[in-house]
Design a protein around this ligand. Structure first.
Ligand code: ADE
Ligand code: ZN
Length: 326
């Protein structure tokens, strides 16, 4: 039987298969052919270019119904990988341009699309996300949308985008707003900047989890601090390797971080962009580090413990992680 998996770091637009985006673009006569290579895959050769291609692809998603269709396609793929629970990043900037009423419509469509998957064994929750390179004002606007829709389904607030823009403290107001609304917090850090960025993010944004965080390995005192504090890292090894952060699976720091007591988890980030799936991440990790099923189950358990859902949902999902669960 396939191992049950818990995914904490998945950008909804970033999970859109290129054929899905091409189809939408054709329907709407949007010209984004330049973002695909001759085999129809997304084409980029740097992180900056990846972000541009990502935003161009997202421009084809223009209605709540597009996001509903996308949600169904993504959950079908996740289910095929054995994912039992998934948290997805959704941005008020892409879903309604920061307008609260529009955001509510998008969110409603995504939730409705995900609901029928629950009885089939895959549960989705949302994390509203601001985009760092869109700046602090738009981050505040995104936080306002998140605040107004916080609840049992929209459980967190986060930040993606270009880590090289600004400093974490520039976004502290947005994160304070979200925290006050009861949302749990995560931010990308330690992907493109080093250990100090991880430190600053924890101090200034007071996050529960860090997106990536892998470059903490460059400072072992920080690694010890993370282990002691119990900070969870949403590691996405396939993404890091595809974007050139590490030259191969055996060189990825996830194993060393785990060995040093950091609570690491495994996610795909933007799977079709990086030619990956949750099943593939697990296979590559087992191969690279000799991780057995026990180790992989332990990682899924860490991820479920760190999930932002309520306790009742967590207890329900925990049953799906038990060996022998059909
Ligand atoms: N948005 C989508 N994927 C991302 C990544 N890997 N880093 C930052 N922002 C992102
Ligand atoms: Zn990410």
């Amino acid at each position: 039987m396939m191992l049950p998996k818990i995914e904490l770091h998945l950008h909804l637009e970033g999970a859109a298969p290129p054929a899905f985006i091409r189809g939408l673009a054709r329907e709407k006569s949007i010209d984004i052919n330049g973002i695909f290579d001759e085999r129809g895959r997304y084409r980029f050769d740097s992180f900056r270019q990846f972000l541009k291609v990502y935003e161009a692809a997202t421009s084809a998603l223009t209605t709540p119904d597009d996001y509903a269709r996308l949600t169904r396609a993504v959950l079908e793929e996740s289910a095929a990988s054995g994912v039992a629970y998934c948290e997805t990043f959704i941005s008020p900037d892409f879903c309604g341009g920061g307008d609260l009423g529009a955001w509510q419509d998008y969110l409603h469509a995504i939730r409705e699309a995900a609901a029928p998957f629950d009885p089939q064994g895959i549960t989705l929750r949302g994390i509203a996300t601001c985009i760092r390179h869109f700046g602090p004002d738009r981050a505040r606007q995104a936080a306002r949308c998140a605040m107004e829709t916080a609840g049992d389904w929209l459980v967190g607030f986060g930040m993606g985008g270009d880590e090289n823009t600004g400093q974490p403290k520039d976004y502290a107001y947005a994160f304070d707003m979200a925290r006050e609304a009861g949302l749990r917090l995560t931010a990308h850090a330690g992907e493109w900047r080093g250990p100090d960025a991880v430190r600053d993010t924890i101090r200034d944004l007071r996050v529960d989890r860090i997106g990536h965080g892998v470059r903490a390995i460059e400072d072992l005192a920080l690694v010890d601090e993370l282990a002691e504090r119990g900070t969870v890292l949403e590691c996405c090894p396939g993404s890091n390797i595809a974007l050139g952060l590490y030259p191969g699976w055996r060189r990825h720091p996830i194993n060393e971080l785990d060995r040093r007591g950091v609570r690491v988890t495994v996610s795909t980030d933007d799977p079709p962009f990086f030619d990956t799936t949750m099943a593939r991440e697990y296979d590559r990790l087992a191969e690279a580090f000799d991780w057995d099923d026990g180790q992989l189950r332990r990682i899924a358990r860490t991820a479920l413990d760190a999930a932002f859902c309520d306790g009742e949902t967590r207890a329900r999902i925990l049953k799906r992680l038990e060996p022998g669960h059909a």
